[in-house]
Design a protein around this ligand. Structure first.
Ligand SMILES: [Zn+2]
Length: 81
């Protein structure tokens, strides 16, 4: 009885029940992937995007801080004689 309706998952390299599987097209080829791996991939993409967003925010902050420091440094320079 077991294993009859299982579908091989190319991500986990093992078979899952048919109801957990989704047929996805990758590079023009049809591949079976389980919903678990799809959810994991979606979460990973989201985490990557969040990490990237944070990085950009930090870069912008650092840049404006550097600009501000530069402005203050210019103001602090002694007048030229
Ligand atoms: Zn799987």
């Amino acid at each position: 009885m077991t294993g009859f309706s299982d579908v091989y998952c190319h991500v986990c390299r093992r078979a899952h029940p048919r109801e957990d599987m989704r047929l996805v097209i990758s590079n023009g080829r049809k591949k079976w992937r389980c919903i678990h791996s799809l959810q994991k991939a979606a979460k990973a993409t989201l985490a990557e995007r969040e990490a990237f967003g944070r990085q950009v925010t930090e870069m912008n902050k650092a840049e404006s801080r550097a600009k501000l420091n530069g402005m203050m440094a210019n103001r602090a320079l002694p007048p030229l004689e």
